[in-house]
Design a protein around this ligand. Structure first.
Ligand SMILES: Nc1ncnc2c1ncn2[C@@H]1O[C@H](COP(=O)(O)OP(=O)(O)OP(=O)(O)O)[C@@H](O)[C@H]1O
Ligand SMILES: [Mg+2]
Length: 177
């Protein structure tokens, strides 16, 4: 029975761990990002999806500054959007963070040339436009889809694979702090 796998039986259990977080403003975004950063460790992959302007880069910036706080390390002076470089790397205390923006990726293989696999293994990867990776998107990851709601946002969080145990059931933003 265990080897009778169809795609739905592989993906369905993850859906049970999905949850939605209201992020009405940038302050709430900082709170949400801090909850992710507090749990984050080497090898974690965050797939940040959502329309243009949904807040993926803003979330990455908040995450990096929350991680710096956790590590007792200085926050990077600048966290530019990797629109043209496609990836920016940071050393934050003991952690390495790789911030990807794959909007301009021409083919998934290009991400491998950019060092995607090492980034996902050696650091914490924040990936905007993860859809561009096709089959190269790591299976163990946290999907964070940002949806624009008026002037605020909603995050739909789905931890998958090894990420499930640490990222299931995040409290609503603001309640843990
Ligand atoms: N939760 C939020 N509440 C209010 N404003 C927000 C929120 N999140 C992001 N914003 C604002 O939305 C704007 C666009 O955000 P951002 O550049 O992060 O989007 P993006 O998803 O990275 O876009 P792109 O697809 O172009 O990379 C910014 O001005 C940002 O401050
Ligand atoms: Mg962006």
């Amino acid at each position: 029975m265990a080897d009778r796998r169809d795609p739905s039986s592989v993906t369905a259990p993850d859906a049970l761990h999905s949850h939605t977080v209201a992020i009405p403003d940038l302050r709430a975004l900082d709170g949400f990002a801090a909850q992710l950063a507090d749990r984050a460790r080497q090898g974690d992959v965050f797939a940040l999806s959502g329309d243009l302007g949904a807040g993926k880069t803003a979330l990455a910036r908040s995450f990096i500054s929350a991680l710096a706080k956790r590590e007792g390390a200085p926050a990077p002076a600048d966290v530019p959007s990797p629109t043209f470089t496609l990836v920016q790397e940071y050393e934050i205390g003991t952690q390495r963070v790789f911030h990807f923006d794959l909007y301009r990726l021409k083919r998934p293989e290009e991400a491998i040339e950019l060092g995607l696999e090492d980034a996902c293994a050696d650091g914490i990867a924040l990936i905007e436009w993860p859809e561009r990776l096709g089959g190269y998107l790591p299976r163990d990851r946290v999907d964070v889809r940002l949806v624009i709601i008026g002037s605020g946002r909603r995050a739909e969080v789905v931890p998958r694979g090894r990420a499930v145990s640490r990222y299931s059931g995040l409290p609503p933003a603001g309640e843990s702090r």
